[in-house]
Design a protein around this ligand. Structure first.
Ligand code: HEM
Length: 326
């Protein structure tokens, strides 16, 4: 994860260049600003280069499923031929198979001298403890699962900027910490543990807006709903209030680990949690030192739970250079 920090910093700095060119007063959906840096940094972590086909795959994952339907819960059986066109996930996997096979083959060859990115690490992993690596189908599944899950990082980033603009005292503390620790520079891996308050803000953001709002344990007939768990008044006072101090070391240590689970828990806990935290903190640290996002007034921000929790019609903002804002 530490090795991936420079790639994430680079994508956040590219976003800065893009924001510099935005005309004053122009309105944007927050997700459209952050989607590109998250997608590009995920692409670089997985496969190093900005492979256009890889980026297209990650972008496609973001839009899958495009709409909610009963068939997502009850997929038609494979033996019903005319239902093939409804099996969107399967068709998508077939469509991207040549790309994944090409990326795997490149990293499997003895002559490969490229970087040891995440796909390389998967190709050379021995997850069963013997010498047997993952076979081609397993590798395709792993890369697809990682690629689609990695999109989740976009969700808390969007809520973070919304909460920052609507809570000026929190914003002031974040800016003071960034100025003290980074002094206008981009963070290095060594700086990240020093951005403790920024981390708390992200933890509190994911408490109020859990990016994965429902967990489905396999073969169980119950759901775990982080949205309910995180806002239950049995576990915390004034649960709907945004207060990053809840995640200061002392209160955090006193809390049960089962009343806060944005990354899930148990054997299927998120394997990308540290990467996601790093991406969020780095992206926020780079951008918040230069810009602030002002939520356009008069819009109704309504969270909607599907695979991820996202604002129903997005969150429109304008962007201001930080110095002018100060
Ligand atoms: C803020 C961002 C993220 C959040 C909130 C999040 C949340 C979660 C949650 C709640 C689960 C458990 C689902 C369940 O129990 O049914 C999960 C699983 C998973 N996540 Fe994440 N995730 C994030 C980012 C990422 C990233 C960046 C990656 C990959 C690079 C990733 C890869 C995975 C994978 C592969 C699983 C399945 C683990 C398994 O079933 O063994 N996630 N994530």
């Amino acid at each position: 994860m530490t090795a991936d920090v420079p790639a994430v910093v680079a994508t956040a700095e590219e976003a800065l260049d893009h924001l510099e060119r935005v005309p004053a007063g122009e309105q944007f959906d927050l997700a459209n600003i952050f989607w590109l840096p998250i997608m590009v940094s995920n692409g670089r972590v997985l496969a190093t280069d900005d492979d256009p086909e890889m980026l297209a795959l990650l972008d496609r994952f973001r839009h899958y499923p495009t709409s909610t339907g009963l068939l997502h819960m009850f997929p038609p059986p494979r033996w019903v031929p005319f239902c093939e066109r409804f099996r969107n996930g399967h068709n998508l996997a077939v469509q991207y198979r040549p790309l994944l096979d090409r990326l795997i083959a490149a990293r499997s060859g003895a002559g490969y001298v490229g970087p040891r990115d995440l796909i390389w690490r998967l190709v050379h992993a021995q997850p069963r403890g013997d010498d047997a690596p993952l076979d081609a189908a397993e590798l395709r599944d792993e890369i697809s699962t990682l690629g689609s899950s990695a999109n989740t990082t976009l969700r808390p980033l969007v809520w973070f900027w919304y909460l920052l603009d609507t809570h000026p005292s929190v914003e002031a503390k974040v800016c003071a910490e960034l100025a003290r620790v980074l002094g206008g520079c981009s963070p290095t891996a060594e700086d990240l543990p020093k951005l403790a308050y920024l981390r708390q803000v992200f933890e509190e953001t994911m408490r109020l807006y859990p990016p994965v709002p429902a967990l489905l344990p396999r073969r169980a007939n119950f759901l775990i709903l982080p949205w309910v768990l995180h806002r239950h008044r049995k576990f915390r006072s004034d649960p709907d209030r945004f207060d990053p101090e809840r995640f200061a070391p002392e209160p955090a240590a006193a809390r049960s680990r089962y009343c806060y689970m944005p990354f899930g828990s148990g054997p299927h806990v998120c394997v990308g949690a540290s990467l996601a935290m790093m991406q969020m903190i780095v992206t926020a640290a780079v951008l918040a030192q230069r810009f602030r996002f002002r939520v356009v007034s008069g819009q109704q921000v309504e969270p909607v739970a599907w695979v991820n929790l996202a604002p129903r019609t997005g969150i429109r903002v304008t962007v201001e250079p930080r110095r002018a804002a100060a």
